[in-house]
Design a protein around this ligand. Structure first.
Ligand SMILES: [Fe+2]
Ligand SMILES: [Fe+2]
Length: 385
């Protein structure tokens, strides 16, 4: 992400923000494929000043204080609150998913004519379904690590004690989420994937920005808002009981996390100048596109040795996949509206989400009214289903 010229009053073009003119330029999207770093780790300078506060008055921000008190009682234990003895048959899961959701999970045979998939046998299609599961859960795991690092950063950088307290509970939540997805991948699935290239670019941008509210906007509002919608979709769709319960527990935490983002930013954004708001709008747009881009699952296509031209043809004939991608913005759009970011700068961001087909979600309730966020007790005690 670039920084703002103080005298600039124009919003940047798509080319400047996301490196291409057309949002749906699949060739450009597919050209970036995630790889493991050869060093075995990935280091990002985070440039952030760690901020001490001498104002220890607990409850000065009453809604954040309330969320903190709820969070303390909502903890659960990834090792003991889930039944890890459940056996997962990946092939059976692939078949059950395809049966329950034909529009989402099965390709139109006409789209496969003339592509590498035309000659795939059942075994190869099954392998593709299994790789999909491995990829998706790997992305969840990497995204959770991003959340873990970002929340630790928020503890350091946010100026209010109530927010530092709350963010500390979220650090614990995110550690549990990394743990639970990592355990599921290792014990129940059959392989890992590196972080998707587009998700990686976004997380690097979020972590390297020095301004505390950008960590919130990128992680709490955009990445976690999308994750909450994605978890909800998979939770609804899957018949695998361990994953279903695991996701439901994680969602109970994520509802709190997104509410934390909106509650923290809503006052602060009222004080920002028009130029500062424009920059937040641009960042939200960039984040939305990066997250949409990751849905192309470049890493899976590459592992299955499908040429990019074939992927473009197949994806171009799968409008249901677009519908699914749009659904992922259902939590994000009402929250951006609540923060005033949809309508600042003559509705620039509203136009962007209208072009993406996601603007209708603005009428849904925002995350500060999510019952899960303020529920009493842990999901294990509440017996959530
Ligand atoms: Fe999480
Ligand atoms: Fe989270």
């Amino acid at each position: 992400m670039t920084t703002l010229d103080d005298d600039r009053d124009q919003l940047r073009s798509n080319l400047e923000l996301i490196g291409r003119e057309k949002i749906d330029d699949l060739e450009a999207v597919l050209s970036l494929v995630g790889q493991y770093d050869v060093e075995g780790f990935h280091r990002v300078p985070d440039h952030c000043p760690a901020e001490f506060t001498w104002d220890y008055e607990k409850g000065a921000k009453p809604q954040l204080d309330k969320l903190y008190e709820k969070a303390k009682k909502a903890q659960w234990n990834a090792q003991t609150d889930l039944d890890w003895s459940i056996e997962v048959d990946q092939e059976q899961v692939v078949m059950a998913n395809a049966e329950a959701n034909p529009a989402q999970m099965q390709w139109d045979p006409a789209a496969l004519v003339g592509t590498a998939l035309e000659n795939w046998d059942d075994k190869r299609f099954m392998q593709f379904g299994i790789e999909n599961q491995n990829w998706l859960l790997s992305q969840f795991m990497h995204g959770e690590q991003g959340a873990l690092l970002c929340t630790a950063k928020i503890v350091e950088t946010v100026p209010w004690i109530d927010a530092k307290y709350y963010a500390a509970t979220q650090v614990m939540d995110e550690a549990r989420h990394v743990e639970v997805f990592s355990k599921y991948l290792d014990e129940k699935l059959s392989g890992h994937y590196p972080m998707n290239a587009h998700l990686g670019l976004l997380l690097d941008d979020i972590v390297s920005d020095s301004r505390w509210d950008m960590t919130y906007l990128g992680m709490q509002i955009m990445v976690e808002g999308l994750a909450l919608a994605a978890f909800g979709f998979i939770h609804m769709m899957t018949t695998e009981p361990l994953l279903k319960k695991l996701l439901r527990y994680v969602m109970a935490d994520e509802a709190r996390h997104v509410a934390f983002g909106v509650l923290s930013l809503q006052e602060y954004y009222k004080e920002l100048s028009a130029a500062e708001l424009r920059e937040r709008q641009e960042f939200a747009f960039e984040a939305a596109i990066r997250m949409k881009d990751r849905m192309a699952m470049q890493e899976v296509w590459e592992r299955m040795e499908v040429p990019t031209s074939d992927v473009i043809k197949i994806m171009g004939m799968a409008p249901e996949q677009d519908d699914f991608q749009v659904l992922l913005f259902s939590k994000i759009v009402p929250n951006l509206k609540k923060l005033g970011l949809l309508d600042a700068a003559d509705g620039w961001l509203r136009t962007k989400f209208t072009e993406m087909g996601a603007i209708a979600f603005e009428h849904l309730t925002d995350s500060t009214e999510d019952e899960d966020a303020f529920a009493d007790g842990s999901p294990a005690d509440r017996q959530v289903a």
